[in-house]
Design a protein around this ligand. Structure first.
Ligand code: NAP
Length: 258
């Protein structure tokens, strides 16, 4: 297994892409600390990994809280010995035209998606660089590379994550550590189901029509599976990807090229 002997923290690990990444990392041999705010979700993911013969612990953390992030780093180091890999999937979505986008909502989205990524990077990157091996993989979004209507806060926060990946990658290049961002299109998770419900409610479409609109964004006419994003994260964590650094890896069926 490619990650045998490695240790990983997965934020946003309670469901969706993060849960898939936690399972995939464990499947590749890593011991995993699964983190998010909802204890029962991360415990269920960690339980599932342990019942499949893997090694996992659940550590609750709100990534917007600097002390909680430091506590996560301490708990993960205590449980796993050290942290080699951070897959940062914690994030929230938000949608509104700019004229209706409240400052509070703008701040909330930037706080979770951008500041959360910064705090987790600051907590885990120095140890990786000191030990001479590490991987950080952010789950950003195609919205980290391109704009669209009604997602100004989300897109700004994900552009920040891509920028953070490039800067962190530059800081640790040559020290055995890589930092990259995954940029998926619409993925089949609760976040996308909420987006479908929101589009249906605000545009006078049925849920089927709203889903059809999202599917039409992907030239393959489908949602990306969480496991596809998880597989890319495992690849970035392997030795074969040691030359991939500071990249935004797009997983969208060709949406940005179409
Ligand atoms: P999801 O099913 O809603 O999962 C989001 C995860 O983030 C949950 O585990 C959630 O747990 C956690 N989270 C949210 N706020 C947090 C906070 N303040 N502190 C710690 N954890 C927090 O969404 P998903 O689709 O898997 O999304 C995962 C990541 O992929 C997000 O960053 C999202 O922006 C990105 N992404 C999603 C899509 C998509 O189409 N779904 C596409 C591109 C990128 P708690 O609420 O329990 O904390």
């Amino acid at each position: 297994m490619s990650l045998e002997g490695r240790t990983a923290v997965v934020t946003g690990g309670g469901r969706g892409i993060g849960a898939a990444a936690a399972r995939a990392l464990a499947g590749a041999g890593a011991a995993v600390a699964v983190s998010a705010r909802t204890a029962r979700e991360i415990e269920a993911v960690a339980d599932g990994i342990r019942s499949g013969g893997g090694r996992a612990v659940a550590v609750p953390c709100d990534v917007t809280d600097p002390e909680a992030v430091e506590a996560l780093a301490g708990a993960a180091a205590a449980e796993l010995g050290r942290v080699d890999v951070l897959v940062h999937a914690a994030g929230i979505a938000s949608s509104a035209p700019i004229r209706h986008l409240e400052l509070e909502e703008w701040r909330r989205v930037l706080e979770v998606n951008a500041t959360g990524a910064f705090l987790c990077t600051r907590a885990f990157l120095p140890g990786m660089a000191e030990r001479g091996w590490g991987r950080i993989v952010y789950v950003a979004s195609v919205a980290g590379l391109a704009g669209a209507r009604y997602i100004a806060a989300y897109a700004a926060s994900k552009h920040a994550v891509v920028g953070l990946a490039r800067c962190a990658a530059a800081e640790v290049a040559g020290r055995g550590v890589t930092v990259n961002a995954l940029c998926p299109g619409y993925v089949d998770t609760a976040m996308t189901r909420d987006a479908v419900a929101d589009i249906a409610a605000t545009t006078d479409r049925t849920p089927e029509e709203a889903l059809g609109f999202l599917l039409s964004q992907n030239p393959q006419g489908r949602l990306i599976e969480p496991g596809e994003v998880a597989d890319a994260a495992v690849w970035l964590c392997g030795e074969g990807a040691r030359g991939v650094n500071g990249q935004a890896v797009v997983i969208d069926g060709g949406e940005l090229l179409a």
